[in-house]
Write a protein that binds this ligand. Sequence first.
Ligand code: SF4
Length: 87
Amino acid sequence: MDTGWMANGNCRVEPPSTFFPSDGTGVIIAQRICESCPVKAPCLEYALANRIEHGVWGGASERQRRRLLKKRRIDATAANALDVAAA
Ligand code: SF4
């Protein structure tokens, strides 16, 4: 998977620990940095594809990424069911 986008992230000038916060306030601080990041989308997809459980990636907290993965699984299952029904 391409990781060239990492060199353009807003976090490149921040301490890595900022993106592995221990509380909700830390998550909000990291998310504010991610907000204007030019590589937010590939960062989030990278974390989702690699099932990265810890830290803030692509502006999404650990919980938000879990929810997103769950929603995608449900959507994929529904789409498959529709395909089967249409066949
Ligand atoms: S979205 Fe956030 S964690 Fe990802 S590269 Fe940008 S600043 Fe870093």
